[in-house]
Design a protein around this ligand. Structure first.
Ligand code: ADP
Ligand code: ASP
Ligand code: MG
Length: 458
């Protein structure tokens, strides 16, 4: 069995859906197809919900335009004999959407769970349209992909979900392949309320299905030729990486490479199921293979990625000289609340160290650290020296990055030679990543300079 995931960029127009059809029909083996909402729709659903909550009556024509977009796509891609049937399945969802918007407008508020219901309509409709376009079996993800609460977030209840996927897809009476499911959407295992796996989460749905079914491969179909050496929207010279290890892809995605949603890698890595990133608009391109095979390239750097909206917290104190013990305490204190440090670095100032974290997590992180180090704070053995926001953490990733000639100092020199200030840096971020923190405004210049030096000067 093979699992294919088509992102919004692959299901946004009648033309790209025609490519999806060709790709699936050319497979010649059992397949599960996971689809995102029509390209750009999730953003639009959210923006319209905010409009409705703010009392802006333009939510009504916006809602009608979204409905019309679905009708037009049905008309263009679903064979005539099935079209009526498709409409009877998406019309109730569109009516529900309109009622939700009216409700939000009436109460002038947008509760989280209502927003989850609103955004779910995207994948609920796109999956029906793709199934009917293909004449395939449609499976409702809401009953199968289940979540549970973790520090206020909805995360996949993986064991329960795997069991439900296997049950639903067992080759029993009447089940025919291909099967089409909506990505991203889920429901709470306790309350049954609609939830989701987070923005970009369709990749993760596909990985959960691939892992549960021991698929031969997980194919992620998108709008670029594969995993590139850097975000092509920032560095247009970025090139396709023909293969990389699971660990490299995990580091690149965790540090911001948007092409795959970070939690996606783990379930397939665990089952040693390879991932191939492919371009729906150029299916003949070989794409990128992510697997456990170690690269045969002598390369030290595989790719660059960048996490925006970061904050850097610098702590100082006599204790900071024992950086390993301090880092461990920081990591643990924050991990207990579901927060991740992106890098820990010794700072230039004596007896201090700094860590980078998502700016949104920063106020809570500082509070937790003050609790963790309360006795030390009282005795003035520790203090928060500085908190800086509007930063970007850049990761330079490769299985052999530790062998990069000149190491982290060389990377720092490259940036400084371009007149950029490195706020913090570390060669201990992970076994396979070196990281540097720069001002958000310098992100493009920093990535461009590093890319030129590491990939274009060979
Ligand atoms: P989809 O709708 O297929 O899920 P996404 O927009 O989530 O598409 O992801 C694909 C986009 O990710 C590409 O269009 C590309 O601009 C962006 N991207 C960012 N970093 C990378 C990278 N390192 N390699 C490839 N694409 C990247
Ligand atoms: N439609 C969702 C989003 O835009 C999920 C996805 O595309 O993966 O975030
Ligand atoms: Mg995506």
């Amino acid at each position: 069995m093979i699992v294919l995931k088509f992102g919004g960029t692959s299901v946004g127009t009648a033309d790209s859906l025609a490519n999806v059809k060709k790709i699936v029909q050319g497979l010649g083996q059992d397949a599960v197809v996971v689809v995102s909402a029509l390209g750009g729709l999730t953003d639009r659903l959210i923006a319209t919900a905010r409009m409705a909550a703010a009392g802006d009556l333009n939510y009504i024509p916006e809602c009608e335009l979204m409905a019309q977009r679905h009708y037009d796509i049905v008309q263009a891609v679903v064979p005539e004999e099935r079209r009526e049937y498709t409409l009877t399945r998406i019309q109730p969802v569109l009516r529900e959407l309109r009622r939700l918007y009216d409700g939000v407008n009436l109460i002038a508020d947008l509760p989280e769970k209502t927003l989850a219901q609103i955004v779910s309509t995207g994948e609920r409709m796109s999956s029906v349209i793709v199934a009917d376009m293909l004449g395939a079996t449609h499976l409702d993800s809401l009953g199968i992909i289940r979540t549970e609460k973790w520090f206020g977030k909805d995360i996949a209840a993986t064991d329960l979900t795997s069991g439900l996927i296997r049950e639903a897809l067992q080759p029993a009476d009447g089940l025919t392949f291909p099967v089409v499911m909506g990505g991203f959407i889920s429901s709470d295992r306790q309350t049954g309320e609609i939830t989701n796996l987070g923005r970009g989460g369709s990749d993760y749905t596909a990985a959960l299905v691939a892992a549960a079914m021991d698929a031969d491969v997980l194919q992620i179909w998108t709008d670029v030729d594969g995993f590139l050496t850097c975000d092509p929207r920032i560095v247009p010279q970025a090139r396709v990486i023909d293969s990389m290890s699971f660990v490299e892809s995990m580091d690149l995605c965790t540090f911001g490479a948007k092409v795959v949603y970070p939690p996606t890698i783990y379930p397939v890595f665990h089952k040693n199921i390879p991932i191939r990133i492919l371009n729906t608009h150029r299916p003949e391109a070989p794409g990128t293979l992510i697997s456990d095979a170690h690269s045969s390239h002598p390369r030290t750097v595989t790719g660059l990625s960048a996490l925006k909206d970061e904050a850097l917290v610098t702590l100082r104190g006599t204790l900071a000289t024992d950086s390993t013990a301090i880092s461990t305490r920081c990591f643990n204190a924050l991990a207990r609340k579901g927060m991740t440090l992106h890098m820990v670095a010794r700072s230039e100032a004596a007896g201090s160290f700094a860590f980078a974290i998502a700016a949104a997590d920063m106020p809570c992180a500082v509070k937790l650290l003050k609790e963790e180090f309360a006795p030390e704070f009282v005795d003035a053995e520790m203090e928060v020296l500085e908190v800086v926001t509007d930063l970007t953490t850049i990761a330079v990733v490769g299985d052999n990055v530790k062998n990069l000639s000149g190491g982290i100092s060389r990377l720092k020199d490259i940036l400084e030679m371009h007149g950029l200030t490195v706020r913090a840096y570390s060669d201990r971020t992970s076994e396979t990543a070196l990281s540097l923190v720069v001002a958000a405004l310098d992100t493009t210049r920093a990535l461009t300079a590093l890319h030129r030096e590491l990939f274009e000067s060979l």
